[in-house]
Design a protein around this ligand. Structure first.
Ligand code: SF4
Ligand code: SF4
Length: 445
């Protein structure tokens, strides 16, 4: 079987973001394959530890993907502050005889170094055009956990687990490997938290993750971290403002200083993303939604509303509001140019991660979250059939059926973009709906 089908059968999706099915990335040819090891979300500690623990597997997975897409060069981007990981990865690349093909480049400790388009520029000096993808400039980007999953797929092992950091204002910060479908409460419970309801929980990193309405959900392949903070923490209060509140506050208080634009990472790459203009449209009721197409250039990194705005407004949320309106009207941004150069001031306007962490009140919690082996023995697991971009998987098991860990339980619908889903533990199927499969965990007879 070729790599694309191994990856497809293993149900691999991008472990670092929206959950794009990885096999679809392998259908194109590209000049570069880039490994996103930036992990720029504050407090999350997965990728750097995976690279330290599984360097050979990650290198092998990345090499295989790179060769498959006929990339001439493979570049691993790791923040320069992770010296030991960089030294180790370079040593293992040399030991595996790949020094002519693969190199490690040091990334600056800036936010958002892990934004795909920022990463592409930092590693290749190319700029992804507006409203486009890295492939347009000859790059395919995968992250460290995805590369690890590719190497496991080559050995016939599907994705049934994910690595998660639990961090924040809690007694024990941890990173752990968790079977897909385990309850989030079980995961958080490993960290010495007595009553999770005393906290607000962010699903993902503190910059881009959303505050969860409740924690009664279940781990998916995309789950990367949970950040627990007291409900009165600045970040929670800021993130809990709903879109209507954000709209009213933004309309009344925006002083058009344009700090949100001047520090916007996409604007600094030369794109036309100018959040102060979208704010102006909101403030002055400039009704023509079509005129606000630039909102679609926003990657929702959150820098404008959590770092840049001096009066604490919500330009990202306003962008999202306009994106929704544009989508409702079927309007898509039309780029006016194809070539981009970074703004001349970019070098002076990058956001240092340490400053960002201080600004959002997380310095006290910016601590190690060691990768720790934990055995999860839940009573049951609930595995979502849509954990990815594209169509949900179609169940291939029935209620009462016994399944083994690693067994296919949901397949990709014909002629659709999607990802296969597998049982993460042995057990018996007790519920089977269009959205999820519940497995009572127990030994396979
Ligand atoms: S930084 Fe804040 S106040 Fe200044 S233009 Fe942007 S939203 Fe308005
Ligand atoms: S969230 Fe704000 S800073 Fe980030 S890309 Fe969008 S407008 Fe720019």
């Amino acid at each position: 079987m070729d790599l694309l089908n191994e990856v497809k059968d293993a149900g691999i999706i991008g472990a670092g973001g929206a959950g794009f099915p990885t096999h679809a990335k392998l259908t194109s040819k590209a000049e570069y394959i880039l490994l996103n090891g930036a992990e720029c979300e504050p407090l999350l500690r997965v990728d750097r530890q995976l690279m330290a623990q599984f360097p050979d597997e990650i290198i092998r997975g990345m090499e295989a993907a790179g060769r498959y897409i006929e990339a001439h060069k493979a570049i691993i981007g790791i923040k320069g502050k992770h010296k030991e990981v960089i030294v180790l990865m370079r040593a293992r690349i040399a030991a595996l005889g790949l020094a002519n093909y693969m190199e490690v480049m040091e990334l600056r400790d800036i936010y958002p170094a892990g934004d795909e388009q920022v990463l592409v520029h930092e590693l290749t000096h190319r700029i992804v055009p507006e409203a486009s993808i890295p492939l347009k400039v000859g790059c395919v980007v995968i992250n460290a956990e995805t590369a690890l999953n590719i190497s496991q797929a080559m050995a016939g092992t599907p994705v049934t687990e994910t690595y998660i950091t639990v961090a924040g204002d809690i007694p024990r910060r941890l990173t752990m490997k968790v079977p897909v479908g385990v309850s989030i409460r079980d995961v958080i419970g490993q960290c010495g938290v007595e009553n999770v309801d005393d906290y607000a929980v962010i699903d993902g990193g503190p910059m881009m993750g959303a505050v969860m309405n409740n924690v009664d959900g279940y781990v998916t392949k995309k789950s990367k971290g949970y950040v627990l903070l007291k409900k009165e923490h600045f970040l929670i209060r800021k993130k809990s403002v709903n879109i209507d509140q954000a709209r009213v506050i933004s309309r009344t208080a925006c002083e058009q200083c344009r700090m949100c634009t001047d520090l916007c990472p996409r604007y600094l790459l030369g794109h036309n993303m100018q959040p102060h203009k979208v704010m102006r449209a909101l403030s002055y009721n400039l009704g023509d939604v079509k005129e606000q197409q630039i909102a679609q250039l926003c990657c929702e990194c959150g820098a404008c509303e959590l770092f840049s705005c001096p009066v604490n407004l919500h330009p990202k949320s306003v962008n999202i509001l306009y994106k929704q309106k544009l989508a409702e009207q079927g309007i898509r941004y039309q780029p006016t140019q194809l070539e981009f150069t970074p703004r001349s001031a970019r070098e002076y306007r990058l956001i240092p991660s340490k400053r960002l962490i201080a600004k959002i009140g997380l310095t006290a919690f910016d601590k190690p979250a060691p990768l720790t082996q934990i055995e999860f023995r839940p009573e049951y697991i609930r595995i979502a059939l849509r954990q990815h971009i594209g169509a949900p998987a179609i169940p291939v098991v029935t209620v009462g059926e016994q399944v083994k860990a690693g067994q296919l339980i949901g397949k990709i619908p014909d002629n659709s973009l999607g990802a296969a889903v597998h049982a993460s533990l042995d057990g018996t199927v007790i519920e089977n709906t269009q959205d999820f499969i519940v497995i009572k965990v127990g030994s396979y007879v």
